[in-house]
Design a protein around this ligand. Structure first.
Ligand SMILES: [Zn+2]
Length: 196
């Protein structure tokens, strides 16, 4: 749909649209929110959960996905870090306060124009709300939830420092290498690392 409109992902995922043209911005993020709400987590999540159960493993999930699928698949909220935030939460575009809140919006999108027919508002000041996720060229993302999750991850690494550790990296790649860099950093900290 965006190809038809001549817009690529990086152009669309830019926070400036929320102030300049909120119906366009919420067309993009409303569509994604609706897609992710409808998505049923695939079997890969279950395979990982079965491994954790079977071997009684301690685990922590680091994900750059913003779709909340790990929670939906049954991973525990306190064992997940969403390094780029989550579409499940909203914040003010200004932002007027450090608050974030649950995304309970139902955003209908006109799929001809990819424009939202409804714009979520900030619960505190009435200006426009945006997803609490890190976008491209984003200077107003409120990172407090991710900061807390990262602290929990650091504590996890600390608790496990004398145990053997396996990093299972899936679909992360090098385009935006945040997760790849983290895997390699843990490998270096923990000594020998092998990739397959
Ligand atoms: Zn506000």
């Amino acid at each position: 749909m965006y190809e038809r409109l001549g817009i690529n992902f990086i152009d669309a995922a830019n926070p400036r649209h929320f102030a300049r043209d909120p119906a366009f911005a919420w067309g993009f993020y409303g569509h994604r929110t609706n897609l992710y709400l409808e998505t049923v987590p695939h079997d890969g999540f279950k395979i990982l959960l079965n491994l954790i159960d079977h071997f009684n493993l301690r685990y922590f999930v680091m994900t750059s996905n913003v779709d909340g699928q790990f929670q939906k698949a049954g991973f525990k909220e306190e064992d997940i870090c969403e390094i780029h935030g989550s579409l499940r939460h909203l914040q003010c575009i200004r932002p007027c306060s450090p608050n974030i809140w649950d995304n309970k919006e139902n955003i209908s999108v006109n799929y001809e124009t990819m424009r939202a027919e409804y714009i979520p508002k900030c619960s505190y000041c009435g200006s426009i709300a945006r997803p609490n996720i890190l976008m491209f060229s984003d200077f107003s993302w409120i990172s407090s939830k991710t900061d807390n999750q990262e602290e929990r991850f650091d504590r996890f690494l600390n608790r496990c420092k004398n145990e053997k550790m396996v990093v299972v990296e899936m679909g992360a790649g090098t385009g935006i290498p945040a997760i790849r860099n983290l895997s390699e950093r843990i490998g270096r900290i923990r000594g020998n690392s092998y990739s397959y």
